[in-house]
Design a protein around this ligand. Structure first.
Ligand SMILES: Nc1ncnc2c1ncn2[C@@H]1O[C@H](COP(=O)(O)OP(=O)(O)OP(=O)(O)O)[C@@H](O)[C@H]1O
Ligand SMILES: [Mg+2]
Length: 249
């Protein structure tokens, strides 16, 4: 259900380039509800069609340690847990070298990456040291909220930060993009866009184009329209209905 905006297209292109040229690490940073998890799912679907890619994902990192995280990633690739960090790293390195020998590369998609601890980010740096003189053996996409950016900007993360290839931001929707996302969603649901131009403007004023807020508000209004049995939603509906349905101060 992803509508590909220019900002999302550019993000996807960067990730595909990262994978094709084995550049190692990229980041997708955006505020809550801007579409990061949806983009990660789309990337998963696209990359799983690529025969040269061996995919793993970490969708909600909440590992107690860097060792636990490495074991979980190795587990995604079917590798057995080892007793210690060094043995686990070495097993992963051998796995990556074997993949490379087959002309393949490992891609790890990590969502909610703002949750990674300093040690877990350090593990990512270590994994990026698994390389040939020309390219990296593992490609990592970190998607996270703004806190991820602040973590990476910390002086202690300079070495990791310097390895980031073409970072992405997901911007809020413009008014025209918001209209297209709504029309796209309506089309998928088998109906026409019921919102008048003024209603769309009112939705934009309330949401500033944040996708999750736009879709939540539209769903509330769709439900109200269905209840009333009308097929056009006017601007006057937007504020009162949304105020009633959404938690606010
Ligand atoms: N371009 C888009 N086209 C269609 N739907 C979108 C688009 N971008 C976001 N959405 C929708 O907006 C909602 C929020 O997106 P998502 O959960 O991916 O955001 P997020 O950035 O991961 O948020 P969080 O930081 O809270 O994890 C979802 O319902 C998603 O389907
Ligand atoms: Mg998310």
């Amino acid at each position: 259900m992803l509508y590909i905006t220019p900002s999302i297209k550019s993000t996807i292109d960067k990730v595909m380039h990262l994978v094709e040229y084995r550049q190692g690490l990229t980041t997708i940073v955006a505020d809550v509800g801007h579409g990061k998890s949806t983009v990660i799912r789309h990337l998963w679907n696209e990359l799983s069609k690529n025969k040269e890619v061996s995919l793993a994902s970490v969708l909600t990192p909440n590992f107690p340690s860097d060792f636990a995280m490495l074991k979980a990633i190795c587990g995604e690739y079917g590798l057995a847990p080892r007793r210690g960090m060094l043995a686990q790293e070495s097993a992963f390195k051998d796995f990556l070298a074997n993949l490379d020998a087959e002309g393949k590369t490992a891609v790890i998609l990590i969502d909610e990456a703002q949750r990674l601890t300093g040690k877990q980010l350090e593990l990512i740096r270590v994994m990026l040291n698994f390389e040939t003189p020309k390219y990296k053996l593992v490609q990592i996409v970190l998607a996270g909220q703004l806190e991820l950016k602040y973590k990476l900007l910390d002086a202690s993360k300079k070495a990791l930060r310097s390895r980031i290839f073409a970072p992405s931001n997901l911007s809020p929707l413009s008014p025209a993009e918001m209209r297209r996302v709504i029309e796209f969603r309506c089309l998928k649901a088998g109906s026409l866009n019921p919102f008048t131009d003024e209603a769309l403007q009112a939705i934009y004023n309330l949401t500033s184009g944040v996708p999750r807020d736009v879709l939540t508000i539209c769903q509330i209004l769709w439900a109200a329209a269905a209840k009333e049995g009308v097929d056009e939603i006017p601007a006057e509906w937007v504020e009162p209905i949304v105020k009633e349905a959404v938690l606010h101060a």
